[in-house]
Ligand binder design. Structure first.
Ligand SMILES: Cc1cc2nc3c(=O)[nH]c(=O)nc-3n(C[C@H](O)[C@H](O)[C@H](O)COP(=O)(O)OP(=O)(O)OC[C@H]3O[C@@H](n4cnc5c(N)ncnc54)[C@H](O)[C@@H]3O)c2cc1C
Length: 234
């Protein structure tokens, strides 16, 4: 989203034109009605997660960050992080270890106010973006969002509460999107996971702070279906 792009730019992280694709707003579809808005300024940027990951690592490495790959953190104490047999002293500890964060548990920050679990599966299609928007299609039992990731590839993400539901079964319930994708070549295998939005009582304590999915998550784009109303006047 535009704020994320700006935040990345402030960190000196940018993308080559061929490894991303801009979009100028968001369009929602539900029950034959569309609601649409442009971002007030700047564009969002569609980019493959693998590209984002690589570019962020390159930038961090160029700034002198030391990466210890395949080195799980096994515990924390007030001023130390344990890496198996080895320890590293730490004035501040940032828990960026994802939705099932162990740092969160170790720091006793895992008291949850509200939790909402869904399943998300994504697949990439070789097709040129047909719109300058990212699109969200709402259905009765699932929703699908579509974002360009390059000038010739779209990422299609299915979100539902049904762990068995996959794009192949869900797409026919969104005929407009299905016809857009047409016979487009599928260029990645379908992959997904449980995706929990959760609201923690606290995200920091003593010298530990949580970020990213470890700190709970807010889905800025596809909040639960009951929280979004598409107005016919929109
Ligand atoms: C299908 C799908 C589509 C999505 N689409 C979007 C999207 O379009 N836009 C968007 O913004 N978000 C999207 N998300 C959400 C997004 O992927 C997550 O919010 C994001 O990856 C969270 O990043 P993170 O770094 O906090 O956690 P993670 O990406 O989970 O990274 C945590 C890292 O910590 C490591 N780790 C865990 N425990 C330890 C340990 N003990 N020691 C050392 N390392 C450890 C893990 O190996 C992992 O590398 C999507 C999610 C799914 C499932």
């Amino acid at each position: 989203m535009p704020d994320g792009v700006t935040a990345l730019e402030k960190l000196g992280i940018t993308f080559k034109p061929e490894e991303c694709h801009p979009f100028e707003g968001v369009r929602f579809f539900a029950d034959g009605v569309a609601a649409d808005a442009s971002f007030p300024s700047n564009c969002g940027l569609g980019v493959r997660r693998t590209t984002l990951h690589r570019v962020m690592i390159e930038r961090a490495a160029s700034m002198g960050v030391d990466f210890l790959w395949r080195t799980p953190v096994t515990g924390i104490s007030p001023n130390e992080v344990s890496l198996g047999e080895r320890t590293v002293s730490a004035k501040w500890i940032i828990g960026a270890d994802g939705a099932k964060s162990r740092v969160r548990r170790w720091a006793r920050l895992d008291r949850v106010r509200k939790k909402n679990s869904r399943f998300a599966f994504r697949q990439h299609y070789r097709v040129a973006p047909w719109t300058n928007r990212m699109e969200i299609y709402w259905g009765q039992l699932s929703h699908i969002y579509v974002a360009p990731v390059t000038a010739e590839e779209m990422c299609v993400v299915l979100v539902s509460r049904d762990s068995w539901l996959r794009l192949e079964e869900a797409l026919p319930t969104f005929p407009e999107l299905q016809s857009r994708l047409g016979q487009a070549e599928i260029v990645s295998s379908e992959r997904g996971t449980i995706t929990a939005t959760c609201n923690l009582e606290r995200v920091s304590g003593n010298n530990v702070a949580l970020i990213g999915d470890a700190s709970g998550t807010v889905d800025a784009i596809t909040k639960s279906q009951t929280e979004i109303v598409v107005s016919p006047k929109a």
